[in-house]
Write a protein that binds this ligand. Sequence first.
Ligand SMILES: [Zn+2]
Length: 80
Amino acid sequence: MTDCGCEKARRDLEEYLRNEVCKTEHNDITEHLDNCPGCRDEALVARTLTEVVARACKETAPEELRDQILARLRAVQATH
Ligand SMILES: [Zn+2]
């Protein structure tokens, strides 16, 4: 039994989303995200940002855009 590995999950999130972590670690993070709504939100935001950024020719997403995405995600979740 491991306790919440939020710190580790978030540290590895970027690599996880780019499929750059090894299979064991990938499973660990997937499992953590299944059990941790906070990190799941973080992963969702990070994934959305990654897609937006990829579309924007790899420019860094501005803070404002991140806030907008977060606000939208919260709004979506609030309706469910
Ligand atoms: Zn967590």
